[in-house]
Design a protein around this ligand. Structure first.
Ligand SMILES: [Zn+2]
Length: 421
């Protein structure tokens, strides 16, 4: 796992002002009272989410899939469901490798979603993964789902596939009895391997949306908070402890006010260094300093929830993260709850140039399939001034759109979501 960062839409990185922190001494009673209120308010939600989290009907464990072309093998190396997983590996003769399940009978006419679980061996060698389903033996027409390596993480992945978003090639329909399925991978180079473990149908859980605001910018308080409040929504602030109270950032009373309204204030390090570029000892300091600050200033419950600055993480970072509950990247995907990679959580990045269709689709998919989506914002400004700003009016549109689907979605903070898994 290298220092690779995929940050679509983020042109220039921003600099953090030197710390000029002057901690105020305010009693802890507000935080404690607030926490117990939160816990009782949310316990029924947690129970409901938890009880539904592992639902879904196993459609295939991949043990009966067979070679179509390339290097395909049954393996127990990475296998959670059934007797074996199906490992596809690109080789010199076949950069695209495929396996099929035939003479099956799959009626998807009443199915909302599929969840596919697979293990990515070396992401750098991979290009993409594709699933095709057809009602004919020769796959003249088919329904397909495709993902790129950028939407996967090294190791285990669980991905929701909303059936309404399948691509139709030729003449094929969800109303047909699907008799032939094909899974394939294409390597960017020889030796790309993916082991497919299982596909579940109709993962039955209510969708969730998280609003994450990284860095603790002042405009998150002045612009986003009133809009969120008007709908009764709660959000989460990834705070840079060394920047609190400095120019452009929220101060401690503002963070405490958000917290009183149920917001989660979580760990975004002390000085916002890319953790994949510094020593393990420095990583420990970055995370533990912010953790200590959160614990000492009234936000102890979420001090071990982390967002990596710039999404930067590597094996050293993940090793340090064994002492923290959850870690959030900037990789773009949806989450199945509970997450199979709790230290590499994924988001949908929303920047100045993000088109409406991006966040609309993300919210639609969460509502439709029951997966979790985290919308990640930075600055919220009436007129967006830089690449990490999002216009206030557009932010209102996002909030209104979530509100319009609220019967199918829970708006959760990072801490609430962490409690639900
Ligand atoms: Zn940040």
């Amino acid at each position: 796992m290298g220092a690779e960062k995929y940050i679509p839409g983020l042109g220039t990185m921003f600099n953090i002002e030197p710390s000029n922190l002057n901690l105020e001494s305010i009693g802890q009673s507000i935080g404690v009272t607030k926490l117990s209120q939160d816990l009782s308010r949310l316990s029924s939600d947690f129970t409901r989410i938890k009880s539904g989290s592992r639902n879904g009907r196993l459609f295939t464990d991949f043990s009966k899939w067979t070679l179509w072309y390339g290097t395909v093998a049954q393996t127990t190396e990475y296998n959670l469901t059934g007797p074996s997983s199906l490992k596809l590996t690109s080789d010199a003769a076949n950069m695209t490798v495929a396996a099929r399940l035939r003479q099956t009978s799959l009626d998807l006419s009443k199915t909302k979603n599929m969840m596919i679980r697979f293990y990515v061996y070396d992401r750098n060698k991979l290009s993409n993964i594709e699933l095709r389903m057809s009602s004919t033996d020769n796959m003249a027409g088919y329904l397909s789902w495709k993902t790129t390596k950028w939407k996967t993480v090294p190791g285990w992945n669980e991905v929701m596939i909303p059936l309404s978003k399948l691509t139709v090639s030729g003449t094929e329909s969800l109303q047909n009895n699907l008799t032939t399925l094909q899974i394939s991978i294409t390597g960017a180079e020889v030796g790309a391997s993916v082991a497919f473990d299982a596909i579940y149908l109709n993962k039955n859980q209510k969708g969730s949306v998280q609003f994450h605001f990284d860095d603790g910018w002042l405009t998150q308080y002045t612009k986003a908070f009133p809009i969120m409040l008007s709908k009764g929504f709660v959000g989460s602030i990834g705070v840079i402890s060394g920047s609190v109270g400095t120019t452009g950032y929220m101060n401690l009373p503002q963070l405490r006010e958000l917290h009183t309204y149920g917001w989660t204030i979580f760990n975004h390090t002390q000085t916002h260094k890319d953790l994949s570029t510094i020593s393990k000892a420095q990583v420990e300091i970055e995370l533990s300093s912010c953790r200590k600050w959160l614990e000492q200033n009234g936000f102890p419950e979420s001090a071990d929830l982390v967002a990596y600055p710039y999404g930067g993480h590597n094996e050293d970072v993940l090793s340090v993260m064994s002492h923290y509950r959850l870690g959030r990247s900037v990789l773009e995907e949806y989450e199945v709850c509970p997450p199979i990679q709790p230290k590499v959580l994924k988001v949908i990045n929303i920047y100045n140039n993000t088109e409406d269709i991006i966040w609309q689709t993300a919210i639609d998919i969460a509502a439709e399939t029951g997966c979790g989506v985290t919308l990640l914002f930075h600055k919220i400004e009436d007129t967006a001034t830089d690449s990490i700003s999002f216009a206030t009016s557009k932010f209102s549109s996002v909030v209104n759109y979530v509100q319009s689907k609220i019967d199918k979605l829970d708006v959760l903070t990072f801490e609430e979501w962490a409690q639900s898994i």
